[in-house]
Write a protein that binds this ligand. Structure first.
Ligand code: SAM
Ligand code: SF4
Ligand code: SF4
Length: 401
C-alpha cells in the first residue's frame, strides 16, 4: 500500500496542489481534481491502471512510500559536529568564530571520548574548530574516534598541519576530510587565509588521494574577495576530483569586523529575475526542513551544545552545557528538546514561526535557515526588502501558468 511520506508536504492554492518532499527538495504540481482522485485511489486496495504511472512517479520522487519505515527513523540523532578547540594557527578574514592563536577554549579529551562512547552508533561525528589539529590531544582523540566510533568520521580542517609524517594517521581515522580554501588561486587564498595555505592544501589533497581517501571536499565561503572565482573554483575541484562546497558568508565575529572588505552589501544571490521563471521552475527545490536539534547537534569548544554552529551566535539558543548532562547520550537532548527553553527560542526563528511567512503560499520555497533569519528577519527593513524581492516571483514560479 502506498501512503504519503512523512517528509511530504501538501500546499493548496486556488485549484492547484503542490506535493513535495522536504528531504530531497523534489515537487510536482497537479490540479485539485487530480489530487482528489489520488487521495481516493490511495485508499483503495487495487490501483486502477489509469493512475498507476502517476503513483509510480510520486513514489520515485519520494512523495509516496510503500510503508512507514521512515516514521521510526524520525528524530534520531544522526550527525554530531564537535568543535574541539577555538584556537587556530590562521586568522582568516571571514572567521565567524574569531578563532586565532590567542584563543584558549577547548574541550577536554575526556569529555570528547565520553561523547564518542555514548553516541558510538549514530551516523557521523565530525571534528572541527578553530583548527582541530592544534588541540594538544588531537592525535589521541583522532585515534579514539577511529577505533571506537562505528559511523562515518569526518574532519574539517585548514590542513596546514597535515604532512607526509601524519597523513597515514589521518586516513586511518577519518572517512572524509573537508578542507577550507575559499579561493581558486593562491593570491586570493593568501588574502583571506594567509601565505602558502593554498599550495599546501592542494598538496594535501594529492597526499590524501594517494593514500586512497576518496571523500574529500573543499569549502569556499563566498565574499566580495573571491566572488568572481566561483566558476574557476568548481572547475578546479572537478580537476582535483573533490566535492566543491560553496557556502554563504555569515557576517559575525571577525567576519563582521571585516565586513567592509568582505561584504559591500551588493550580494544579490537571493535576488531572482522574472525573466527566468521557466528556468527557475525547473530547478527550484523545496527548501528542506531544518535538521538542527532534530537529527543533528553541535558541541562547541566551551562545552555548550547548540542545534547548529550558526545558532551558537546566540548563547540563549544553547540546549545544555556538557557539565549539566547526567549522561553524554545526546539522543536524550533531541528527545527532550521541546521542553528546553534554548530549543524553543531557536525554533522561534524558523520560517513556520514567523507570522508573515507562516501563512505565505510560497514559504516552502523561500527560506528555511537561521542564517536567513539573522541576515534578513531580525530587522524589519531588510525583512520587507527580502520579501518584496521574492514573493511576486515565487508566486509566479510555483503557482503561475
Ligand atoms: C570555523 S572553520 C573550522 C575548521 C577549520 N579551521 C577550517 O577552516 O576549515 C569551519 C568552516 O567554517 C567556515 N566559516 C568560518 N567563518 C565563516 C563565516 N563567517 N561564514 C561562513 N562560513 C564560515 C570556514 O571557512 C570553514 O569552512
Ligand atoms: S576559518 Fe578555520 S582556519 Fe580560518 S581562522 Fe577560522 S578556524 Fe581558523
Ligand atoms: S515570500 Fe515573503 S512572506 Fe513568503 S516566505 Fe518569503 S519572506 Fe516570508
Amino acid at each position: 500500500m502506498y501512503q504519503l511520506s512523512t517528509n511530504s508536504i501538501i500546499m493548496k492554492n486556488k485549484n492547484k496542489v503542490v506535493l513535495g518532499n522536504q528531504r530531497n527538495g523534489k515537487w510536482v504540481r497537479i490540479s485539485e481534481q487530480e489530487y482528489n482522485d489520488l487521495c481516493r485511489v490511495l485508499h483503495t486496495d487495487t490501483i486502477d491502471e489509469k493512475y498507476a504511472k502517476k503513483i509510480e512517479t510520486l513514489y520515485r520522487i519520494g512523495i509516496l512510500v510503500k510503508d512507514d519505515i521512515e516514521k521510526n527513523e524520525k528524530d534520531k540523532l544522526k550527525s554530531l559536529l564537535i568543535a574541539i578547540t577555538n584556537r587556530c594557527n590562521l586568522r582568516c578574514l571571514h572567521c565567524g568564530f574569531s578563532a586565532g592563536p590567542e584563543e584558549t577554549d577547548q574541550l577536554s579529551s575526556k569529555d570528547i571520548k565520553e561523547i564518542i562512547d555514548a553516541n558510538r552508533n549514530i551516523g557521523s561525528i565530525t571534528l572541527t574548530g578553530g583548527e582541530p589539529l592544534i588541540h594538544p590531544d588531537f592525535w589521541d582523540i583522532a585515534d579514539y574516534l577511529g577505533e571506537h566510533f562505528n559511523g562515518s568520521k569526518g574532519l574539517m580542517s585548514n590542513v596546514t598541519l597535515v604532512n607526509r609524517d601524519n597523513i597515514d594517521r589521518i586516513v586511518r581515522n577519518f572517512n572524509n576530510v573537508s578542507i577550507s580554501l575559499d579561493a581558486a588561486t593562491p593570491e586570493t587564498c593568501n588574502c583571506i587565509r594567509g601565505e602558502g595555505v593554498f599550495e599546501h592544501a592542494i598538496e594535501v589533497v594529492g597526499m590524501l588521494k594517494e593514500k586512497g581517501l576518496t571523500d574529500i571536499s573543499i569549502s569556499f565561503v563566498v565574499t566580495d574577495i573571491n566572488r568572481k572565482e566561483q566558476d574557476a573554483f568548481k572547475k578546479m575541484c572537478e580537476n582535483l576530483g573533490v566535492k566543491p562546497m560553496i557556502r554563504s558568508f555569515f557576517s559575525i565575529g571577525r567576519g563582521k569586523e571585516n565586513e567592509n572588505i568582505l561584504e559591500s552589501g551588493h550580494d544579490n544571490s537571493h535576488k531572482m529575475s522574472i525573466e527566468d521563471v521557466p528556468e527557475i521552475r525547473k530547478k527550484m527545490p523545496i527548501i528542506g526542513t531544518c535538521d538542527a536539534a532534530v537529527k543533528s547537534l553541535y558541541v562547541q569548544y566551551d562545552g555548550k551544545i547548540y542545534p547548529c554552529p550558526v545558532a551558537a551566535v546566540n548563547p540563549e539558543f544553547s540546549l545544555k552545557h556538557l557539565n549539566e548532562l547526567e549522561t553524554k547520550d545526546l539522543q536524550l537532548l533531541i528527545d527532550g528538546r521541546l521542553a528546553c527553553s534554548g530549543y524553543c527560542k531557536f525554533e522561534d526563528t524558523l520560517s513556520e514561526k514567523i507570522e508573515s511567512c507562516a501563512k505565505c503560499k510560497v514559504k516552502s520555497f523561500c527560506w528555511g535557515c537561521i542564517i536567513d533569519y539573522f541576515m534578513f528577519f531580525d530587522n524589519e527593513n531588510s525583512k520587507m526588502k527580502f520579501c518584496d524581492e521574492r514573493k511576486k516571483l515565487l508566486e509566479e514560479v510555483i503557482w503561475g501558468d
